[in-house]
Design a protein around this ligand. Structure first.
Ligand SMILES: Nc1ncnc2c1ncn2[C@@H]1O[C@H](COP(=O)(O)OP(=O)(O)OP(=O)(O)O)[C@@H](O)[C@H]1O
Ligand SMILES: [Mg+2]
Length: 612
């Protein structure tokens, strides 16, 4: 229930619609009942059961009061007046017209209630998804391990969908159907308390029977969903890796994998659908069974002639009872759906309540520019258990070009992740202008230091927008300038629509080198005061890499540049080079100093030179 109320709280400012919804629903139920109750006079006229005694009893207008008896008496008064003054046929017309009017009003309120319920539902789901997406963006990168990626996707897409699906039922489930059942049973009790006891006993029979079948059905459905999920996973893998699949001979492997899952899914689906078609049959059977019991028992009361329970009232009673069964059946059918929706809702909130490991502390400072230096002091960090960075000490000075070199897996990218605060250090401290990284506002740090990595995230959009990326204020001139620094301007001009050419999702229409160049253009456009290049030109040929490095160096003159590169030519002119091995600084100094030592730098440098 708590989960349900929390879900509903996402309705936002239109919350007060609930009240109107409740009111409209109650009115719809009331007029529905009026409509059914009109059957009694109708039947009595048809069966000629009106005697002069009744007519006289109803001859005077009843005293006003707010209860069912008054309404009944008032109706009888008008009805019998018509019967005595205009005859039976006119009375039939009267009842007919009243029925049409009451059903019209009932449906009008039903429609109003439906409109409000739909509006509330759509709003709730819309806000819920938005909240979840916002929360997800705030989570730290360490949260998104491969296993968690699927988890997050499932929460945002399927679970919210599941909640949405359940929401279709909830208003009815929690309000309309119970109110209908109560309303109908009140009227039934008024008509015959004796019979209504039996009718009440019947409810669990119908409700319980249907719930049992639906529950077993849902277990199957869940298995089906899981299988469908796996099937989608396979398709996704194949579509993403199509290039590689086409180029190699793994067709049959993929096909076999797909076939197996597809078969499983078909089998589960078949059995689910067969069971599903049982539900309406069972529901009808149980309904009629209970009705038959009531018929026999109620008939007995009518025949006994002791009570004022007439045949017309009895028939109406049975009809109203059959109508009261409809919401009972609906509730039992939707019970499991609601449970599933609530379970999904709990999952959604579990993700929503995950505290981001990295967040702005209170009173975090905004940083606009680097004044002195960035310093790693005795920093330790491990992703899992194996340390990736150990006792790291290094200083990046403002206005200088600093380089990190070292073998693959030595921890260079990790150092940059720590600096970007994608992960928090385990021990030690990273200081910016002598203050710990944590003291600064995360967003302002992101603007201060811009990182270009090996991979560039490109969107299905124009080249221009891919460089400007959300900077609405970026002028055409600035974008062209940035592209020139990345030496990609000439290439862009050869595209059919120049800067307005749409590049495929993920940059699939570009070479990996061109993708990197766009990444560099994007980074330099903002003229960051600290630029970090982590293998940013690794896919380019040496000559292009050198050209780009030279123009970036020019741009970043007097600003701070941190470069990670395997290609030594791009870092030779660095003011300070740190050589990293197994997460530690093993040597540092300028190129000239390091070349005089017979260390790792010299070895790496010689190898790189030979490659070039
Ligand atoms: N997300 C991660 N989870 C667990 N271990 C990781 C993760 N990322 C990197 N590592 C490990 O941390 C160590 C350092 O990796 P890092 O990416 O920093 O190396 P690198 O110096 O940038 O290498 P390269 O030159 O190949 O880019 C490696 O042993 C790597 O296996
Ligand atoms: Mg790396």
């Amino acid at each position: 229930m708590k989960t349900y109320l929390r879900i509903l709280s996402y309705a936002g400012p239109i919350k007060r619609l609930f009240l109107f919804y409740a009111l409209a629903t109650l009115l719809a139920i009331f007029f529905g009942l009026v409509n059914l109750s009109l059957l009694i006079p109708l039947l009595e006229v048809l069966f000629s059961q009106i005697d002069i005694g009744d007519t006289l009893a109803a001859a005077s207008r009843p005293e006003f009061s707010v209860n069912l008896t008054y309404l009944k008496k008032l109706f009888s008064y008008h009805f019998f007046t018509i019967v005595t003054t205009h005859g039976r046929m006119s009375a039939l017309y009267f009842v007919g017209i009243m029925m049409v009017i009451s059903v019209l009003i009932a449906n009008l309120f039903k429609y109003l209630a439906e409109i409000m319920a739909t509006e509330l539902r759509i709003n709730v789901i819309h806000n819920l998804r938005k909240m979840l997406f916002d929360k997800t963006l705030q989570l730290h990168i360490g949260y998104f391990t491969n296993q968690h990626k699927g988890y997050v996707m499932t929460r945002i897409m399927s679970d919210v969908q599941e909640v949405e699906y359940a929401m279709n039922y909830t208003f009815r489930f929690f309000f309309k159907e119970p109110a209908t059942i109560i309303g109908f049973f009140m009227v039934l009790c008024y008509m015959s308390p004796q019979l209504t006891w039996l009718a009440l006993l019947a409810l669990p029979i119908v409700g319980g029977g249907i719930t049992a079948v639906v529950k077993s059905l849902l277990r199957r459905t869940a298995q089906g969903q899981a299988s469908l999920g796996r099937l989608m996973g396979i398709v996704e893998e194949v579509v993403e890796g199509m290039r590689i699949i086409k180029a190699s001979s793994i067709h049959s492997y993929v096909l076999e994998k797909f076939k197996r899952e597809n078969n499983t899914y078909a089998k589960i689906n078949l059995s689910t659908l067969l069971k599903k078609s049982l539900v309406p049959l069972l529901s009808e059977f149980l309904g009629v069974l209970v009705m038959a019991l009531l018929l026999i028992y109620g008939g007995k009361i009518v025949f006994s002639n002791e009570s004022p329970f007439t045949a017309s009232t009895f028939i109406t009673y049975i009809i109203i009872f059959s109508q009261a069964l409809v919401p009972v059946k609906a509730i039992s059918r939707s019970l499991s759906n609601i449970q599933r929706g609530l379970a999904a809702g709990r999952q959604v909130f579990a993700l929503a309540d995950t505290q981001p490991a990295i967040f702005n502390k209170q009173g975090a400072r905004t940083i606009r520019s680097l004044r002195q230096s960035i310093a790693f002091k005795e920093v330790y960090f491990s992703y899992n258990h194996k340390p990736s960075v150990k006792r790291l000490n290094l200083t990046i000075t403002q206005g200088k070009k600093t380089a990190l070199v070292g073998p693959s897996g030595s921890g260079k990218s990790t150092i940059i992740h720590l600096l970007s605060r994608l992960y928090e250090v385990n021990q030690g401290v990273i200081q910016i202008d002598s203050l710990p990284l944590q003291d600064y506002d995360v967003q302002s740090l992101q603007q201060l230091m811009v990182t270009v990595t090996q991979e560039t995230l490109l969107f299905q959009d124009t080249v221009f927008n891919n460089i400007a990326l959300g900077r609405t204020e970026a002028s055409e001139l600035a974008v062209v300038e940035a592209a020139q620094i990345a030496h990609v301007h000439d290439f862009i001009n050869t595209l059919p629509q120049g800067y307005q050419t749409v590049i495929g999702a993920g940059g699939s229409k570009l070479s990996s080198g061109q993708q990197q160049q766009l990444g560099i253009a994007r980074a330099v456009l903002g003229k960051p005061s600290v630029l970090i290049l982590d293998e940013a030109t690794s896919s380019l040929d040496s000559a292009s890499a050198k050209l780009i490095q030279e123009s970036v160096d020019r741009l970043m003159k007097n600003k701070t540049l941190l470069v990670v590169a395997h290609r030594m030519s791009t870092i030779r002119n660095a003011d300070e080079i740190f050589v990293i091995d197994v997460g530690e600084v093993v040597e540092h100094g300028t190129h000239e100093v390091l070349m005089q030592q017979e260390g790792l730098y010299k070895r790496l440098s010689t190898l790189s030179y030979q490659e070039d």
